[in-house]
Design a binder for this molecule. Structure first.
Ligand code: SF4
Length: 440
């Protein structure tokens, strides 16, 4: 029996795509190796969004070079995903330990090759020469027995934010056929899945046209809730502010299966910077969305991404960002400083902010977010909440890790047989961003 080993880096889309590949390999008779030392093929599903992600993967390639020369000479190594798409031939030239490069659009062909020719992996060498297909969605993306699943519904991006590599490595937006989405959800529910997250680089830009009919994201959400009243929790990631409509907010408010949480990346609070980022909205438009969401769902938690240190950013621009953060009351943020990515528009501009200053500005943003996260969470101490139990806590094996509908983490003492189930807890205290709770 042939054995595979898959390492996945980056976003949830990569995770969903890796899960789909694992599922197909298993169904074709492959077995998971205990590690790369023991595998016939190792696949690294890569990320290109930040330089640090690519550096980490280069480090892994060094490890695989050593492994192939000293310990597992028959191992084949495949590099897949965004970094593979971005660097293609350069990878083969620089890293001879890589046997096959699989770009974003050729994943399906690659899996077909693996599942039909599992005894003859030498065929992989010719793969680089194969023509790129159009992106196509897999049928099922989750691993057997998981109680949470990602369901990709759209792929790619048309927005070309000036700092972002995604449109160059993932291509233009494609929306998935709704009947395939419904079939996947049905299979997942039959498998006992409790939480489904609809995925897309700009999930709320979903728009599927067939003949004279068009289904937009609000209608898709509505249809999913109508068709699957037994679905406990429905989430979606990542929303673009320019495509968040009143219709979507209304559908969220009307359907209790849709979790009271939205991740809505603002990136910056200065209109000058937003314009140069090519984000296609202003800070006041963004804030109008926050008010619209809070009016319809007063208990909704809103999280965001903030990018600090963009070329030309002034102290005043940073102050505007801090002020927007206070007004929006984000419950959490993913905060990072700007690093130029080759191939993007902003790469051509001078990176004007010294690294120490970027770190200093970012520290201010992080400090404020800590305060906002605390303010958001402290209101919940003493309350009873329904939660989905995820795993055993890494810090204390006697505790379970669970997540609230509003995407907050908590731990409580409990038995691991509860993993994958809903339960009710009382929130006792807060440590960092994680609640301590007890089951009631
Ligand atoms: S919307 Fe902007 S940041 Fe998001 S993937 Fe597209 S280009 Fe990148």
């Amino acid at each position: 029996m042939q054995k595979y080993w898959i390492e996945t880096y980056g976003c949830q889309m990569n995770k969903a795509e890796s899960d789909a590949i694992i599922r197909q390999l298993k169904h074709a008779g492959w077995k998971e190796a205990s590690g790369p030392e023991d595998a016939d093929i190792a696949v690294i599903n890569t990320c290109s969004v930040r330089e640090t992600a690519e550096e980490r993967i280069e480090g892994r390639l060094g490890f695989y070079g050593f492994l192939k020369s000293k310990r597992n000479s028959h191992l084949k190594l495949a590099l897949m995903g965004c970094m593979a798409e971005r660097l293609k031939e350069e990878i083969i030239e620089r890293f001879p330990q890589v046997d096959v490069v699989v770009g974003t659009f050729n994943k399906k062909k690659f899996v077909e090759l693996l599942t039909s020719n599992k005894e003859d992996l030498t065929l992989l060498h010719d793969f680089l020469l194969t023509e790129q297909d159009e992106y196509s969605f897999e049928k099922i993306h989750h691993s057997d027995s998981a109680y949470k699943a990602f369901v990709p519904i759209m792929h790619g991006c048309n927005n070309f934010c000036s700092y972002c590599i995604v449109p160059y490595v993932r291509g233009r937006e494609i929306s998935r056929n709704p009947s395939d989405i419904f079939k996947e959800i049905e299979t997942l529910l039959n498998d006992g899945v409790k939480e489904i997250t609809l995925l897309g680089q700009n999930v709320n830009s979903y728009r599927y046209t067939e003949g004279s009919k068009t289904l937009d994201f609000a209608s898709l959400l509505n249809k999913i809730c109508e068709k699957f009243p037994e679905l406990p929790w429905l989430r979606f990631l990542t929303s673009h502010p320019k495509d968040l409509s009143q219709d979507i907010v209304d559908v969220m408010a009307e359907n209790r299966a849709i979790c009271r949480h939205i991740h809505l990346p603002v990136q910056h609070g200065s209109d000058d910077i937003l314009k140069r980022m090519n984000r296609r909205y202003t800070s006041s438009h963004y804030m109008s969305l926050i008010y619209m969401l809070r009016k319809a769902m007063p208990d909704i938690s809103i999280t965001t991404d903030i990018l600090i240190g963009f070329p030309g950013e002034t102290e005043d621009d940073v102050e505007m960002t801090l002020s927007l953060m206070r007004e929006a009351g984000f419950s959490d943020s993913y905060m990072y400083y700007y690093n130029p990515r080759k191939g993007t528009k902003a790469y051509e501009w001078e990176d004007t902010i010294p690294i120490e200053e970027k770190k200093h500005r970012l520290a201010k943003v992080i400090e404020l977010q800590k305060e906002l996260s605390y303010n958001w969470r402290k209101k919940k101490i003493g309350k009873r909440l329904g939660v989905l139990v995820e795993s055993v806590s890494k810090k204390d094996a006697r505790e379970l890790l669970a997540r609230t509908e509003q995407d907050e983490m908590l731990v409580f003492a409990g038995d691991k047989s509860k993993i994958g189930d809903f339960t009710t807890v009382e929130i006792l205290s807060l440590e960092g961003n994680t609640f301590k709770a007890r089951e009631v």
